[in-house]
Structures are given as C-alpha cells and as structure tokens.
Write a protein that binds this ligand. Sequence first.
Ligand code: MG
Length: 203
Amino acid sequence: MKILCIGRNYEDHAKELKNPVPSEPVIFSKPDTALLRNNDPFFLPDFANSFHYELEIVVRINKLGKNIEEKFASRYYDEIGLGVDFTARDLQDQLKKKGLPWEKSKAFDHSAVISKFVNKEQYPDLKNLNFHLEINREIRQKGNTSDMIFSIDQIIAHVSKYFTLKIGDYLYTGTPAGVGPVKIGDRLKGYIEEKEFFDFEVK
Ligand code: MG
C-alpha cells in the first residue's frame, strides 16, 4: 500500500505559501508507516517547531491500473474520505531552500491522518463537495472540490503514468487555503458536507 499526495492543488493555498500555481500536478508520496487511523491521537514530534494541518479529500484506489485515461479514472476508486497531510513546515521550508526532497517534513510517522471511508455514490457531484476542519470547535479551514486545479480524475490519469495504482492505495488530493500550526491539546474534527469523518487530539 502506498500513499500518493498532490501538492498545490488549490490556487489560494499555493499563493498563501508563496508557491507558483503549477501547470501539472505536484506529486509526492508517504510510506505506509505515515498512516494514523481510528481517531488515534497525533503525538507532536520533537524534530521541528511548526507542524501544520492540511485538510484533504482522500480517495481509495479499488482497482489495479497503469496509464489510466481520465475518462476511465472514476472506475478506479469507489470510496472517499478525509485526511490530514501533517507537514513540519519549518523543516519543509529549510529543505525547499536547499533544493532537497521534502520527505522528512512530509512523510514522517503518523503524518497521514486518515478517516473512515464512504461510498462515493453518496455524493451526487464529487466536483462540488464542501469540506472543513474544526479545531477546538472553531472552523479553521474550509474548501470545496470545485476549486481544485486538477480534478480527482485528472490526478489519477497523471499519477498513473508514473506509478502503478494498486488496490488499497490512498490518494491525497491537496489542501485549500487556511493551513496552520497545531499545538498539544488541540482537538481536530473533519467534515465532508455536514458529516463528521474524524475526531482526534494532538498530544
Ligand atoms: Mg498537502
């Protein structure tokens, strides 16, 4: 099982971090040891100072595929959920400055929070889904999938040129604007439309 993630897929988020808006999807990956499931707490690591939440729609791949055409991409996933792409932002800034890979800041243990999944048929239009993150009962991040630069199907077509997709792989589809740091004691709840998908604490 692998986790593929898309960076800078919402223009307002690319701009808030002063990154260029990409002309093709920015891809990175996380190992399976990055997963944090079942509303388990996120223990703040000690190797960086600023750990940012990034709320993202996640799809689970349900079919083996390579070089998938965009028009067939929707056949390769049937469930969606929510994730948090935790990022050691100060460390990532240092790595970016040196032109080094992001792995240490993005792919560390428990950096990929994953919610429960639901059948995508529950939602009439995956290109118009509202999702939001509450921290300590305050809305901190809000997005709508209509603002994605690259749609889920376009992402699947693109990433499958480079990586064979396998059953059980996860695809994190990028975060909207509003990212920020977490601290010990924070309680994070994620929603798609009005339905709660995860609820966990930072310890
Ligand atoms: Mg992200």
